[in-house]
Design a protein around this ligand. Structure first.
Ligand code: CUA
Length: 200
């Protein structure tokens, strides 16, 4: 009974609104521009939708915090632990630290056509990371871990660039990533306790 009444009232409100809308005089020129703006909005929404569903461009999936000031004391992001590692389940994890003005390690090698999990952290201010010709692009916010899982389809040498203004050296903040054919890539040797590194 009550629901029917609410439904009736809602229908009345919608009907009133439509009648009022129909009564408004919209100039032809104005109508043209309204249509153009709607089309532009539609175009942008379409591009975002295609990028998200077909190109896999998505924001990092979970919120994970970290103390940026003490990364060197943090076990996961201690210097010896950075770079490419393969866990017990065979999952490839790449840990990278961004700091004014570079990404550490300076160079890494990863296999093509393989799922890679990147974990990025900042040691100082806001940075961004962008690897051209791939879908890798994220902000690296101090205090948070940016985790991104991706696959690089084509072997080659790619630059790793900072795309958030972070200071006077921002333009020079970059490092390199070599994407190697899957069959030529070898699991990096286990790091020794002394901190020998497989990434120069
Ligand atoms: Cu780091 Cu710009």
């Amino acid at each position: 009974m009550q629901i029917d009444l609410i439904k009736q009232q809602c229908e009345q409100v919608v009907r009133d609104f439509l009648t009022q809308l129909g009564a408004i005089h919209v100039d032809r020129l104005e109508r043209k521009w309204i249509t153009i703006s709607m089309l532009v909005i539609g175009l942008f929404v379409g591009i975002i939708t295609i990028d998200a569903f077909f190109h896999g461009v998505n924001p990092p999936s979970k919120v994970e915090t970290i103390d940026s000031a003490s990364l060197h004391l943090n076990k996961e992001f201690a210097e010896d632990n950075l770079g490419v590692q393969v866990d017990e389940k065979g999952k490839i994890i790449i840990r990278m630290v961004a700091g004014r003005y570079s990404f550490f390690p300076k160079h890494i090698a990863v296999p093509a056509e393989t799922q890679l999990t990147f974990r990025w952290v900042s040691m100082d201010v806001l940075h961004g990371v962008h690897i051209p010709m791939t879908n890798m692009s994220t902000m690296i916010v101090p205090g948070y871990v940016a985790e991104i899982t991706t696959t690089f389809p084509k072997p080659g040498d790619y630059p790793v660039l900072c795309n958030e203004y972070c200071g006077l050296g921002h333009n020079h903040m970059w490092s390199n990533i070599s994407v190697i054919a899957k069959e030529d890539w070898t699991v990096p040797a286990k790091l020794s306790a002394k901190g020998a590194t497989n990434n120069e």
